[in-house]
Design a protein around this ligand. Structure first.
Ligand SMILES: [Zn+2]
Length: 312
């Protein structure tokens, strides 16, 4: 069993300005905990890889060409530019965004090519709010959507499941695939909350499962919903690849939302998804970091997630 870990220094150079929750400190926290584990020799089975940049062709499977140009052209030579009220870019943001999406594509290639069972792409900026023609919610390019499109359109996979357990609904990912019967999008998220999409009756062409949850929902109820409605639906779809939008902001310590999950929940759900991947998908899982804004909770949760990927 090999788990690929994609990270890149450019994730540290995407500067969102003072006080922004989606900051380079997030990547420093994840880097520190993973290096600590590596020094202990604890990350057995994990192989680090440096991701390439996503190509224009790969991005344009999800985004319009003019949008891709607009984002890259907006990258300033100094200072900051605001693409939407929450989404701020700096000189390093273009490179960071291209590596983040490129990692997802490379991870899909590697697991389909049999080089590893699964992969975790721990880069920033996140992607699941990015729409075909619009940056929003800290996201520039929708990396998980770009990776899933690559699996469908380049490798000819017929069924790809994407489970998004970030506390926010992945509007961009849902909109990319809600009329694509070869993809299944499933999300648990706090509701009401940004971005306001993800109602239970948004079901796409029968390929979208949304489970909005009230503030205060804790481990027990979340696991019940995941077990009853998410894992069952993935099992029925029998995907050839399982992808995960791994946001860790449903953690109880997170400052941006009010669900009450703990690290163990992320280990649990990851192990369950790996189990389904063993059953249907030739063990193939590609996970992509999304949110998570309490630095300690983020680091511990990302580690629990990676450990479940390599051990399950
Ligand atoms: Zn989020």
């Amino acid at each position: 069993m090999t788990t690929l870990l994609y990270m890149h220094p450019s994730s540290l150079e995407h500067d969102t300005g003072p006080g922004h929750p989606e900051s380079p400190a997030r990547m420093r926290a994840i880097t520190a905990i993973l290096e600590r584990e590596e020094r202990k020799g604890a990350l057995v089975g994990v192989e680090r890889r440096e991701p390439p940049r996503a190509t224009r062709e790969q991005l344009e499977r999800v985004h319009g060409g003019r949008y891709v140009d607009a984002v890259l052209d907006a990258v300033p030579e100094s200072g900051h530019v605001r693409l939407d009220p929450d989404t701020v870019i700096s000189p390093g943001s273009g490179e960071a965004a291209l590596r983040a999406s490129g990692a997802t594509v490379a991870a899909v290639e590697a697991v389909i090519g049999g080089e590893a069972d699964n992969a975790f792409c721990a880069l920033r900026p996140p992607g699941h709010h990015a729409e075909a023609e619009r940056a929003m919610g800290f996201c520039l390019f929708n990396g998980i959507a770009v990776g899933a499109r690559h699996a469908l359109d380049v490798h000819g996979l017929e069924r790809v499941s994407i489970f998004d357990f970030d506390v926010h609904h992945g509007n961009g990912t849902q909109h990319t695939f809600e009329r694509e019967p070869r993809a299944q999008y499933l999300s648990t998220h706090q509701w009401p909350l940004y971005p306001g999409t993800g109602a239970r009756d948004e079901t796409g062409v029968g390929n979208v499962v949304n489970r909005p949850l009230p503030a205060g929902t804790g481990s027990r109820e979340w696991r019940r919903v995941v077990e009853a409605d998410i894992l069952t639906a993935i099992d029925a779809f029998a995907p050839e690849l399982i992808m995960i939008s791994a946001g860790f902001d449903a953690h109880r310590a997170d400052p941006l939302a009010m669900l009450e999950l703990v690290e163990d929940d992320y280990g649990w759900v990851t192990a369950r998804l790996v189990e389904l991947a063993h059953k249907h998908a030739g063990s193939r899982v590609v996970s992509v970091l999304e949110g998570g804004y309490d630095l300690t909770a983020l680091a511990n949760s990302a580690l629990a997630h990676l450990n479940a990927l390599r051990e399950s």
